[in-house]
Design a protein around this ligand. Structure first.
Ligand SMILES: [Zn+2]
Length: 78
């Protein structure tokens, strides 16, 4: 007696999720000098404003790191 498993060939596709009900894309900036970071925002202008305010208050902090959270989805072709 043997157990046999059936393996079906499937093709999966991975794409950025642009559906209306997708999770939002989020932008944030972090200071590479002191590691302080902005809030994540759906509007990339918000973290950029945070950077300009942060370097105004900390004139020796000139380097920043942007983080982008982008929703993706997979779907299967039969
Ligand atoms: Zn800083």
């Amino acid at each position: 007696m043997s157990v046999r498993s059936v393996i079906r060939e499937e093709t999966w596709t991975l794409t950025p999720d642009r559906d209306p009900d997708a999770e939002p894309t989020l932008y944030a900036m972090a200071c590479a000098v002191c590691e302080e970071s902005s809030d994540a925002s759906e509007d990339f202008a918000d973290p950029q404003s945070w950077v300009l305010k942060h370097c105004g208050q900390n004139p020796s902090h000139h380097t920043f790191r942007e983080s982008i959270v982008r929703p993706w989805r997979t779907w299967r072709h039969s």
